[in-house]
Design a protein around this ligand. Structure first.
Ligand SMILES: *Cc1c(COP(=O)(O)O)cnc(C)c1O
Length: 434
């Protein structure tokens, strides 16, 4: 058994000062019924906890660490930036540089605004869409997560899904009413909402690959269907690429699937491990944002020099490293194959580039219904066996597994071995004996 006595003690102490002992719910490991491990440090593909255990990390801080932890170039750039001051509240050249890099990779983001989190990016993009269209309602999909702002905590995924509390207390009903909920991969559910609310829908918001109810890929034609129906109704199409941006490729899901949204939101990878988000799109829309236009949005630490430095360095490395996305994809494919081989018909493994997820269900997972048909107790048992073998997976069935550039041959091979081991019937029987 893994010795995590140091973590256990820190977790007890944290509970006295932080709600649930953590600063973001999924970190508490409640869905897998274990004590969370407290991290001491991280390097490349590994997390090291306070008890000296090392883990091959597939959470990667929930997505940002696509280069692995503490990449020397990113760390050096941030250290150097620190010497020049931590924040100014005044413009810097680096903000333009990051926006330029984003546009070079994602041409639809002609003009973008930097913020400090994905939540902030999405809620601001929705505000701009409302300002642009003069309409109030938005459409989102059941099981898609877009941060924790009021109007978007309706049938959300991720931590909210795990805890079966998709609607948070404290969200005004009047506010939630402006959010219409459709079914991912079900075009007819979208058509119905447009028919029921003609001329009222400002934006349709989607995770182009849903990655907060596990990983669910768009069915062929689904994203282009969303492109067409929104265009027909004068509704803005917003791709929430907080996870998929720079994850599926430099051009994100919009390049991967060749569908161009009106607005895009980014986060996670573009901060290179520091707090950054961004939203952007066509100039005529983004020119509505203050001070250029009447849609207000501001931030004391927006475009923070350390965060933009980490982001610029990370994106630059991604651009300079030939074949990086092909390699990520191959590694994820090897992991997916090992999972399918070990668990067979008992699971469904979905993969897109370095994003993957294994559902404990015999069905093909294509939507919220099939995603939530999975056996979360079986996932919790699997999680336990994997962490005992030094593999750190997302502590919930409904989160993605992220592969980074730092996962080498040895780490992938060890992980495949652990998956095979964890799937053995003897192991399952051992789990049942107390
Ligand atoms: C993580 C996430 C967000 C929220 O980003 P935060 O930085 O956690 O606020 C929004 N949308 C998607 C798709 C995400 O995965």
């Amino acid at each position: 058994m893994l010795n995590i006595s140091g973590s256990e003690q820190l977790y007890r102490e944290a509970g006295a000062y932080l709600p649930g002992g953590v600063n973001s719910p999924v970190r508490a490991f409640r869905a897998v019924d274990r004590c969370p491990v407290f991290i001491d440090h991280a390097k490349d593909a590994y997390l090291y906890d306070v008890d000296g255990n090392a883990y091959i990390d597939y959470v990667c801080s929930w997505g940002p660490c696509i280069l692995g932890h503490a990449h020397p170039r990113v760390v050096r750039a941030v250290q150097k930036a620190c010497e020049n001051g931590l924040t100014y509240g005044a413009p810097t050249e680096k903000e333009t540089k990051l926006a330029k890099l984003i546009r070079a990779c994602m041409p639809s983001m002609e003009v973008s605004r930097l913020v400090s989190s994905g939540t902030e990016a999405v809620m601001s993009a929705v505000r701009v869409a409302r300002g642009f269209t003069g309409r109030d309602k938005i459409i989102k999909f059941r099981g898609c997560y877009h941060g924790h702002s009021d109007g978007l905590l309706v049938k959300a995924g991720s931590g909210a899904l795990t805890q079966s509390a998709p609607d948070s207390l404290g969200v005004p009903a009047d506010y939630a009413r402006q959010t219409l909920v459709a079914e991912y991969n079900h075009p007819e559910s979208v058509e119905r909402l447009f028919a029921e609310h003609p001329g009222e829908i400002a934006a349709l918001l989607v995770e182009p690959v849903a990655a907060n109810m596990g990983v669910v890929l768009p069915e062929p034609g689904f994203l282009s269907f969303l492109r067409e129906i929104t265009r027909d109704h004068g509704t803005l199409l917003i791709f929430d690429e907080v996870i998929t941006g720079f994850r599926l490729g430099l051009g994100g899901a919009q390049e991967y699937f060749q569908v161009t949204p009106d607005l895009t939101t980014l986060g996670k990878i573009i901060g290179g491990g520091m707090p950054v988000g961004a939203y952007g799109g066509r100039r005529e829309i983004m020119e509505l944002v203050a001070p250029a236009g009447p849609v207000y949005q501001a931030g004391t630490l927006s475009g923070n020099p350390l965060a933009t430095t980490a982001g610029i360095e990370t994106l630059t490395i991604l651009r300079e490293t030939a074949g990086i996305y092909e390699q990520l994809d191959q590694k994820a494919k090897r992991l997916a194959a090992a999972m399918r081989e070990a668990y067979g018909e008992r699971v469904c493994v979905n993969q897109a580039g370095s994003l993957l997820g294994m559902f404990f269900t015999g069905q093909r997972v294509t939507d919220y219904e099939t995603a939530t048909s999975s056996d979360t107790a079986a996932y919790a048992a699997y999680f336990g066996r994997m962490i005992e073998r030094g593999i750190y997976l997302a502590p919930s069935q409904y989160e993605a597994m992220f592969v980074s550039a730092a996962h080498g041959e040895e780490e992938i091979a060890r992980t495949c071995e652990a998956v095979r081991d964890a799937a053995k019937p003897a192991q399952a029987a051992a789990d049942k004996t107390p």
